[in-house]
Write a protein that binds this ligand. Sequence first.
Ligand SMILES: CCCCCC/C=C\CCCCCCCC(=O)NCCO
Length: 603
Amino acid sequence: MQFNELRNKIVDELSTVGHRQVLLAVAGIIGVHFVWAWLKWFGLRVKNAGKRKRKREERQKMIDIVRNSHVQSETYAEAVKYGKHKHHLSEETIDSITNLPTKALLGQLKSGQLLAVDVLHAFQHKALECDKDLNFISTPIVEAEAAAQTCDAAVKKGPLHGLPVSIKESIGVKGYDCTLGCANWIDRPWEEDSVVVKVLKRQGAIPFMKTNVPQTLVSTGVCSNPIYGLTKNPHDVTRATGGSSGGEGSAVAAGASIVGLGTDVGSSIRVPCAFCGVYGLKPSWDRISNKGNHPQMSGNKHLQFCVGPMGRDVDSLVVIMKALLCPDMFELDSYIPPIPFRDEIYEGLRPLRIGYYWNDGGGDAMPAVQRAVQLAKSVLEKKGHLLLPWTPPDVQTKAFEYFHRIALADQLEETLLLSYGDKRDTCIAHHIFLKIPYFIRSVLAVLVKPVDGLMSKFLYASKPFSSLYEWFSYGKEADAWKAEFQTAWQSQGLDAVICPTTSCTALPLGDMADSVGIERFSWLFNLLNYPTGIIPVTKVTADDEEKLKQYKPNSKYEKVVKRGCEGSEGLPVTVQCATLPFQEELCLRIMKELEQGLVKMEN
Ligand SMILES: CCCCCC/C=C\CCCCCCCC(=O)NCCO
């Protein structure tokens, strides 16, 4: 039959059926489509619930394996009785090992004064004990035992000989899932270690646990997901750890890890450092390899994610950076510029010009945070540097829009897909806003503006791109603004800036820490791609609490943050130090001087 004949036949047939029946048929087809899609979604939800339960059981089994290999006994003779691999460390010894500063621990491991196996057992023991209250372990790495034994038998000792390190869940470790707290990624174990894990192992480090993350990694307040649950802050278990490297922050702050690896695309190393009071470094893009990690958010070349160390002191960050910046890493990932750690910059003595601020044009940080910046300023002045007040240009206007529009360019579609058909954690509940068509969001932005200026700004800045041309043009505009920013920085002759990490200390769990904007002060350096380090400088005092009472909030955000900071006496307060791209060594130098100056002040 010819095509025309067939078409005429169909038209004839349809004309006898009538419009009503046609409409009914179309509605039926659409209905079946939706029911089918819903059934598929529902089936996935049921399947995912089962996968999550099994994963939790598996985690418990792994914890038991590690726990059961630890038989506590006071004497070595008893340990021998239990078997060669059982640990024989008393609580006292465990404390003395786990409390050592990184350099001292490495020194004792290298000299043979401490065995890698004992050090591993001490940290495993401490981690398992602390985890009961804090829940920072997503999974122990059981191969650590064999690695420590191999290390003890080795003749050649690497720079990180026997150093136990913790690894964020999203970083690839052979044989282990990178779920990001999403059931869809359960049972997809990594076939290979990521480049950073390979290099750390080759340098003698012993990865011994993977640490928890917020579901999808796109939460900077609360670290929680439906597989492994909520991670708590060791300084106050009713407060958030920050995210997304919250498991690392909690573990390091608890003393259960001396140093670990986190990732940061929009503050994820730095907010947990601030909330948990630990040291951290977000390097420039491409200084440290990202190859072999979970690819979430890695497709957006205007905002790339960085792997960086989080640790107990500046030395821990330095030893990890030195170990990673080696020919092995440059060979395993040829996209990384082969720039080794430059001791001459880290150990430099040149007096520096450092800008400082606690208001980026979007309101003052909380009083304790302002005091922390002032404290850092006076310590650095005593070290001989020139500190200048500086307000970075256009942060709350242009930069806010550039960062958020670029970060949300795909309307979080990749992120929402990760948790499709899965239970969604409350820490990412607000992501669903991006499913509302933009024209409705823009109306909402106008309506909420009088009561919540920040939410209104978020809603405006979530504007999607209508074409690739618009996306390319916007990228060029953002690059031009970055160049202007660099000019403003260089016109002051700045080497670095010191500013708050975020405007508050650790916020209470619940709605408050789930709210948007926690990454205030830190996202700027993702947009700019400037290396940024976090240094704990003080603790909230009674006087800060008094001043907080007088703090006049100018927006709903400041009101929320002020309320969250109430009752925070004793919580750690950090500052942030940023330098120009690829100046990680300079950033670490300033952090080290600050750390030394603060210790001197205490004594
Ligand atoms: C309309 C309001 C919804 C806004 C929700 C999103 C809020 C902020 C924008 C993106 C922030 C990115 C945070 C990324 C955190 C991070 O660094 N993750 C680590 C990935 O390695």
